[in-house]
Design a protein around this ligand. Structure first.
Ligand code: 5GP
Ligand code: MN
Ligand code: MN
Length: 475
């Protein structure tokens, strides 16, 4: 109902509490984005505002689109001391899906002569696609070690570089993981999937810095015009998906048993202090470690392949950050500092300058915020802003966001044609699935430049650099 909307400023839209809403809903977007946003987002962001213990507001980022229960691009924080809940649907199925960007120290001119053979090597050596398996097989003991050790576990086994760790969220290892809360089925699904990209929207991309918006921050990030970077987008594979599926089912029952009235079954949740809530948190944190380990291993493979082509260059991690998580973080609400359970689903954590969790080299400037666009249009690197804390618990968009469903995209494009058109623009796509490429056609996504501009205008994060794709290995 558009009558319920108030426009606070050019990029802030507010829905005051009505019905069972406990807090307002706030959507950050410009006018074009809000007009194009699917109605389900408004319904979902107001539904989330009805959940117990929610504080301040239920937020949607400028790339928001319809999701399972919570919108993708949703942010909501819950207070454990005010009957707050944790929700599997508020985290998403691909637990800790996220992005890492690595600096290569190379320029576009270094890549162009070998672009095709580099694309072929990456495609041959990075397992991608539905049900893809890798060279790493985990026995039950190693599985549990991985689930508690995250990227630290990977580097200890030689699949990575310990220097990366300080540039990974949680220093590469999420505390509080409980492998015993992860089902055998979830572990079985992950047994052969470490170091694999997965399918759909997951990718490994070689990108060039096409434009710099903030020279000072870009310098601190190690980014210059025409530099080449490698970006990896993937998550916790079969393990996270299985955990999400199982806990969603359990939480529907648990919510009912705890007397929580759900505006939508898909919002299944449990009190933070409940047995199932705690069990979910233990399993979800294990899945976070799985995703952190997975991206570290994939980064290691990228290093190895780049090493064949450019023996004098090493890939250095700029940053690794997740966009599907529930994290306990201190935030000031009503003048009081409280530990909140911040759900970010399709939303990137975006800490501003000075945040204690940032490594020394980045602390003064703020956290790199890594935003995918599409395989054809480009991507962005932003930096967390001090204003973001008050705006959305230090969160920002995570991508362009879908404009068309996969189904609608399939009707409109053929994978072959998308690949040929992009090749003509100097962008090499390699994918096992031509159908997947059609579903992921650049036209199926919103305008990423408009999305990040809105995020900047809203004070969520500031633009640092725009990247254009050279090679995309697509799951
Ligand atoms: P999600 O995490 O929701 O699956 O995807 C995050 C974002 O990644 C999407 O909103 C989209 O903008 C972006 N994205 C999807 N596919 C690609 C790709 O192949 N390359 C790049 N650079 N971005 C992509
Ligand atoms: Mn994912
Ligand atoms: Mn993702």
């Amino acid at each position: 109902d558009p009558a319920r909307f108030t426009r606070v400023d050019a990029t802030t839209w507010r829905i005051e509490p009505f019905g069972a809403m406990r807090v307002p809903a706030i959507i950050y977007a410009d006018e074009d984005l809000i007009r194009a946003m699917d109605d389900k987002v408004f319904e979902q962001v107001t539904n989330v505002a009805m959940l117990p213990g929610i504080v301040r507001a239920s937020y949607a980022m400028p790339d928001a689109h319809w999701g399972y229960g919570f919108p993708i691009g949703g942010v909501a924080a819950f207070d454990p001391d005010r009957s707050g809940i944790v929700s599997a649907g508020g985290v998403g199925f691909d637990v800790s899906c996220g992005v890492r960007t690595m600096l290569t120290g190379l320029d576009v001119a270094d890549i162009l002569p070998v672009q095709k053979s580099l694309a072929d090597s990456l495609y041959r050596q990075i397992p991608a696609g539905v049900g893809s398996t890798g060279a790493i097989v985990l026995d039950p003991v190693e599985m549990d070690a991985m689930l508690t050790g995250g990227a630290c576990w990977a580097t200890e086994h030689g699949w990575g570089d310990a220097r990366d760790l300080e540039r990974i969220e949680e220093q590469g290892r999420m505390a509080g993981a409980r492998p015993e809360c992860v089902s055998d089925r979830a572990k079985e699904r992950q047994r052969l999937e470490m170091g694999t990209l997965g399918s759909g929207n997951h990718y490994l991309e070689v990108q060039a810095v096409a434009e710099i918006f903030d020279t000072g921050v870009a310098e601190a990030f190690g980014l210059r015009q025409d530099n080449v970077v490698v970006t990896i987008h993937c998550g916790s594979r079969g393990l996270g998906h299985q955990i999400g599926t199982e806990f969603l089912k359990e939480m529907v029952v648990a919510a009912e048993a705890s007397g929580i009235a759900l505006p939508d079954r898909e919002l299944a949740c449990a009190p933070i202090h409940s047995e199932i809530g705690q069990r979910y948190l233990g399993a979800m944190r294990a899945a976070i470690n799985c995703a952190l380990a997975n991206r570290e291993i994939l980064g290691h493979y990228a290093r190895r392949i780049f090493g064949h082509f450019f023996p004098d260059h090493d890939l250095r991690l700029l940053f690794d950050v997740s966009h599907n998580t529930c994290k306990v973080e201190p935030h000031v609400v009503d003048g009081k500092r409280r530990n909140l359970f911040v759900h970010r689903k399709g939303a990137t954590r975006a800490f501003g300058p000075g945040h204690e969790s940032l490594p020394q080299a980045l602390r003064a400037v703020g956290q790199p915020v890594l935003i995918g666009g599409s395989m054809g249009t480009g991507s962005h690197i932003l930096v967390g802003a001090t204003t973001g804390e008050e705006k959305a618990f230090s969160s920002a968009c995570h991508g362009a966001g879908r404009a068309l469903s996969r189904h609608a995209a399939l009707k409109q494009w053929s994978g072959r044609k998308v690949i040929d058109d992009l090749a003509a623009q100097g962008i090499l796509i390699r994918s096992p699935s031509s159908r997947g490429v059609a579903e992921e056609a650049p036209g199926a996504y919103k305008d990423v430049d408009a999305v990040v501009m809105a995020a900047e205008h809203a004070g969520l994060a500031r633009r640092v650099a725009r990247l254009r794709p050279l090679i995309c290995i697509k799951g």
